[in-house]
Design a protein around this ligand. Structure first.
Ligand code: CTP
Length: 404
């Protein structure tokens, strides 16, 4: 699985807002993610962007609100309604939201929405006053009560020049919202999963740190995969260059001790802890308060002390998954960690192997469980590795009740 959206049938409804130009970017990104995209443009949308642009991007005909006696559009909505894995309306105008709330079916988009059993994701875009209006808020509440999911709107500068809530969520983030909406009732629905990521930073002085090459990608991919199976996800992350994954609660930390505190706090009511972070094993015994100046001496040394082993400390009634990055004796070293830290599962990878380890989007890992069963996985995307880990977590959680 390249992405959660690969092979998914997505009906993209576009209604008349200046944010329509972003719907083109969304269509393009959905295609790049491997989805099949059928577009329905409202009459208003065709005033902002041309059907031809969507047709060129999606390689499919585009349904518009302009009735053509020669088209089979009269039944198109039924076919699309059946075909869809999800209907996404982006941007959704205030008028569109009102019509959806009222259950109207007077154009191809609203008839498709009424005819489908697929989930509906609505990404509003409008001026802040229109969004704040009680009528709009009531309509949104009515739709939510019908299990309609909303993405945004986001705060920021609006086309009117006003600042406020009303911006369309960025297309890159909408991909995460769509993946999450598709997996909302997945096998981790109702579960709280804590994932750690990134390389911790241990202060030497206010300017310098000891850290490592972890990019955070593996942990972020696990967090996204858990979100896409319905879990409530908390990502406890050391600094990385990665954007926050949508619909994941991100807790930013720096040092091993910060990470330990956050993980212990979050696991008090968690179902699983997945420690993908590269946590420093040692830190400077004393972090200098002022910047350390160079001296005449040619050498200097820093005394190090052990950090707390977070995985070994975070124990409780939840599934505990560790990672093991090795450069030799991969399986023996990893198996030893399962025993020492009493883990349910360890994910071991050989950092010297091409396509595995730091800074790449793929990983080849070996899973070893408590019973010392070894599963060697092929080279996969980190997102797919995340799902393989979560398959095991879901099985381990299988018999346990979901907290109320
Ligand atoms: N870990 C942790 N707290 C630490 C150090 C590591 O929770 N202070 C976690 C890591 O997130 C990872 C696993 O423990 O899930 C790695 O185990 P560890 O024994 O620390 O392995 P390495 O440091 O990678 O290996 P080595 O045995 O070579 O020290």
């Amino acid at each position: 699985m390249e992405s959660a959206l690969a092979g998914k049938n997505i009906v993209l409804g576009v209604t008349g807002s200046i944010a329509c130009y972003k719907a083109l970017d969304l269509a393009s990104k959905l295609m790049q993610a491997g989805a099949n995209v059928e577009t329905i443009l409202s009459y208003g949308a065709t005033q902002f962007v041309s059907p031809l642009a969507f047709r060129s991007l999606t390689h499919r005909s585009v349904v518009t609100d302009t009735f053509d006696p020669n088209s089979e559009q009269s039944v198109e909505h039924v076919a699309l309604a059946r075909w869809a894995d999800i209907v996404v309306i982006a941007p959704a105008t205030v008028h569109c939201i009102a019509r959806l709330a009222g259950g109207l079916a007077d154009d191809p988009l609203t008839t498709t929405v009424i005819a489908t059993e697929a989930p509906l994701l609505v990404a509003p875009a409008m001026d802040a006053n229109m969004y704040d209006h009680p009528a709009t808020q009531e309509n949104i509440a009515r739709l939510r009560a019908r299990d309609v999911t909303f993405a945004g709107p986001a705060p920021g500068r609006l086309a009117s020049g006003l600042m406020g809530m009303g911006r369309l969520v960025e297309p890159i983030d909408l991909l995460g919202h769509i993946a999450a909406a598709l997996g909302k009732h997945g096998d981790l629905a109702g579960r709280k999963v804590i994932v750690s990521a990134g390389g911790t930073q241990e202060a030497i002085d206010p300017v310098r740190v000891i850290t490592n090459h972890s990019s955070g990608r593996m942990g972020y991919a696990v967090a996204e995969a858990a979100r896409d199976r319905g879990a409530e996800v908390v990502l406890v992350t050391a600094p990385t260059a990665l954007p926050d994954p949508p619909l994941v609660r991100v807790e930013s930390v720096k040092s091993a001790q910060d990470m330990c505190d956050a993980v212990l706090y979050e696991t008090s009511n968690a179902d699983a802890l997945i420690m993908a972070a590269a946590v420093a094993d040692y830190r400077p015994a004393v972090a200098a308060e002022q910047k350390i100046k160079k001296t005449a001496a040619d050498e200097m040394s820093i005394d190090l002390e052990k950090t707390t082993d977070i995985l070994a400390t975070a124990v409780g009634d939840f599934i505990r998954v560790g990672f093991s990055a090795e450069s030799e004796n991969l399986e023996a070293n990893a198996a030893d960690k399962v025993r020492r830290k009493s883990l349910d599962l360890i994910v071991a990878n050989d950092i010297t192997e091409e396509g595995s380890g730091f800074g790449v989007d793929t990983n080849r890992v070996v899973l070893i469980d408590r019973e010392m069963q070894v599963e060697r996985l092929p080279l996969l995307t980190k997102y797919e590795v995340g799902h393989r880990i979560l398959d095991r977590v879901a099985t381990l959680l299988g018999g346990r009740a979901v907290a109320g």
